[in-house]
Design a protein around this ligand. Structure first.
Ligand SMILES: N[C@@H](CCC(=O)N[C@@H](CS)C(=O)NCC(=O)O)C(=O)O
Length: 209
């Protein structure tokens, strides 16, 4: 299969999960222009990463779908809920849904403030509002991670890969990750993870196609 990513984007979580799952895959690194281009939009009309293309040509988009698919096809890696554990599956989906919707979406006014105001001079205010929203999301996540090594199920799951990426972005805002001690400790632990290190090195070393 092929995983399409942009360096350091939310697609890093799917990249890490594939490495944790020890599954064979080809990595395709895109730049913003590639993602917006016609060729990629034929695969994913949303022009977004992650995008996973299976060997039979099936295209899977959306981090939640890709991450749970990876966990499902590599049960031995233990990255998802146990078979038949409906509550575990619900808790994993709950944690992922929060991350991909509430947390990821709270970044949009920071990354693309122009989408949230019709006035060019309004963008600075949009970003200030984004910082408040983000700090509230991270404070909530920090409380959730109190006394926890992993986000959910008491062990490493695909949700940890996504939480890691969200943690790694926080230093771009005035209130850095260190202001959230449980998230900072989680992030520091995963910084030493071989899969995380491999994914970061690969994305940094390969120019966008
Ligand atoms: N809902 C999608 C969101 C994907 C998304 O917004 N990806 C961003 C990167 S984090 C993207 O591809 N943006 C296009 C661009 O920056 O050119 C998911 O959870 O996978």
């Amino acid at each position: 299969m092929q995983l399409f990513v942009m360096p350091g984007a939310c697609s890093l979580a799917s990249h890490i999960a594939l490495l944790w799952a020890d599954l064979p895959f080809d990595l395709v690194i895109l730049g913003h222009e590639d993602a917006a281009g016609d060729a990629f939009r034929k695969l994913n009309p949303k022009g977004a990463v992650p995008t996973l293309v299976l060997d039979d040509g099936t295209v899977i988009t959306e981090s939640l779908a890709i991450l749970t698919y990876i966990a499902d096809i590599a049960p031995a890696a233990g990255l998802g809920a146990n078979a038949g554990d409906a509550v575990g599956r619900a808790k994993l989906n709950e944690s992922l849904a929060e991350l991909v919707s509430d947390v990821h979406k709270a970044w949009a006014p920071f990354f693309v403030p122009g989408r949230f105001t019709v006035l060019p001079e309004g963008e600075a205010g949009v970003r200030l509002a984004a910082f408040d929203q983000l700090d509230a999301q991270y404070a909530r996540l920090d409380a959730v991670m109190t006394g926890k090594h992993w986000r959910v199920l008491g062990r490493r799951t695909v949700a940890d890969a996504y939480l890691y990426v969200m943690c790694s972005w926080k230093d771009m805002t005035p209130m850095p990750l260190s202001a959230f001690p449980h998230l900072a400790a989680f992030n520091a632990r995963l910084d030493t993870d071989p899969g995380v290190q491999h994914a970061l090195r690969t994305e940094a070393a390969n120019p966008a196609t």
